[in-house]
Write a protein that binds this ligand. Structure first.
Ligand code: SF4
Length: 430
């Protein structure tokens, strides 16, 4: 059972267009690529069809497939009305077309009036190529978007008029679907991309969390690092308590407490000792795993970590860091994680470490990407990296997940996150 997300908290994406433009093929293509359909709202042929799902890497979404906006007759009018009502509740629109005309212009106005970001899908690209008309529909769509923007000034996505969001797709073959997924990430409203807080759903007002922060030679002088600061701030915001200790003091601190904490969060580098010193009854995870959820997509990154079990000797690993800090001593990305991986695989690996903007546009050729927590980024930026790895069919995970996998404490570190934990358990047994 996947953790249910209330519909109101899901990003609602409507698929619109005339009849026979390929809306349902597109809908099916988008669904086919997903690992976990959470629930299913059956519809009739006259009703919009909804699918609530985990759409990697955006998270929980509802796709709404609507009837053709050009439907005719009495029944047709009802369907069109239902389609219009869908526009009132969606957060993002996909307008599918195979020939631009009055219906498409009408939908653009409708989206513009309601300030709904829209992605135009120029479908049936293969047919248009065969007819020698490649690019014509896309140009028409861009012109119409610019005209609509000038008239209504309210099409949010077209505020960037130099880059109207028109994606070339052949839904039946799957061509262009990855570009559409990228466009969905880039167009999703910020509210849906930024989870409410790092510890949401894990800690409530008045509860105690123990934070384990080892002070080794890698620790910066006179301060603690940003992910730790952000977790402490989150606990203060929710009127919970933070008790901060080094790993060497954890066991006796837990012993002294009258009531156990609701959670122990450790620096991933101290995972082994912290797992041993924290009683099984106390949930435990790492800062980095919290950030896999907060800044990225925990489910996608758990899948990536599972690929560690399939790595072969000589595997090519890309380590990505979002900032360009100066590596010191036993740097985690350059030394500790590679060593744990070598121990796990029992042989050599081929390692490439990139920091900041040196990250490659195309990660094809690697067997695994291991990324830092990306604490300095917004979630959209990390999701774009996850999606580019996904498009290249390269698993991607993050430091904390990779370390817990290598040290065989993966399940325990995932237990505080039921959705990711259950996904792991279900896939592990397949
Ligand atoms: S951006 Fe990454 S490497 Fe830099 S401090 Fe944050 S988690 Fe560490």
């Amino acid at each position: 059972m996947m953790e249910a997300t209330p519909k109101g908290l899901r990003l609602q994406i409507g698929i619109f267009g005339r009849r026979n433009v390929g809306k349902s093929s597109l809908f099916n293509q988008l669904l086919h690529q997903e690992i976990a359909i959470v629930s299913d709202t059956p519809g009739t042929t006259t009703d919009p069809v909804e699918k609530a799902m985990e759409f990697l890497p955006l998270g929980p979404v509802v796709f709404v497939d609507t009837a053709g906006i050009d439907d005719i007759g009495a029944l047709g009018a009802q369907r069109v009305e239902k389609t219009r009502r869908v526009v009132n509740r969606i957060d993002l629109a996909i307008l599918v077309t195979d020939a631009w005309g009055e219906y498409e212009n009408g939908l653009l106005v409708l989206f513009g009036e309601r300030k709904i970001p829209v992605i135009v899908v120029a479908n049936k690209a293969d047919q248009r190529r065969a007819e020698g008309a490649a690019g014509v529909l896309e140009a028409e769509a861009r012109t119409a978007i610019l005209a609509a923007t000038q008239t209504t000034c309210e099409l949010p996505i077209e505020s960037d008029v130099t880059r109207p969001n028109v994606i070339t797709v052949a839904a039946k073959s799957g061509e262009g679907i990855e570009a559409l997924r990228q466009a969905l990430i880039l167009s999703a409203p910020d509210d849906f991309l930024n989870p409410p807080s790092i510890l949401s759903g894990l800690v409530s007002e008045g509860e105690l969390v123990v934070l384990v922060v080892p002070v080794d030679k890698e620790a910066p002088k006179g301060r603690i690092i940003l992910p730790q600061v952000q977790v402490i701030r989150d606990l203060l915001d929710r009127h919970a308590s933070a008790l901060v200790v080094q790993d060497t003091e954890l066991a006796k601190t837990l012993d002294r407490l009258k009531n156990p904490p609701v959670l122990v969060v450790t620096d991933s580098q101290a995972f082994a000792r912290v797992a041993a010193d924290t009683p099984e009854s106390i949930p435990m995870t790492s800062f980095s795993i919290l950030f896999a959820r907060y800044k990225g997509d925990l489910t996608a990154m758990v899948q990536g970590a599972m690929a560690i079990d399939r790595l072969q000797p000589g595997a090519k690993i890309l380590v990505g860091e979002a900032c360009t800090h100066h590596p010191i001593g036993d740097d985690i990305g350059r030394l500790k994680i590679p060593n744990w991986l070598r121990e796990k695989i029992g042989d050599e690996i081929e390692l490439t470490v990139v920091a900041g903007r040196d990250y490659p546009d195309d990660v094809r050729g690697y067997d695994l990407v291991i990324h830092c927590g990306a604490c300095v980024w917004n979630r959209r930026e990390m999701l774009t990296r996850i999606e580019s790895a996904h498009a290249a069919h390269v698993p991607i995970t993050n430091y904390g997940l990779a370390i817990s996998k290598c040290l065989n404490i993966f399940e325990r570190a995932l237990q505080p996150f039921p959705m990711a934990y259950n996904m792991y358990k279900e896939n592990k047994t397949r």
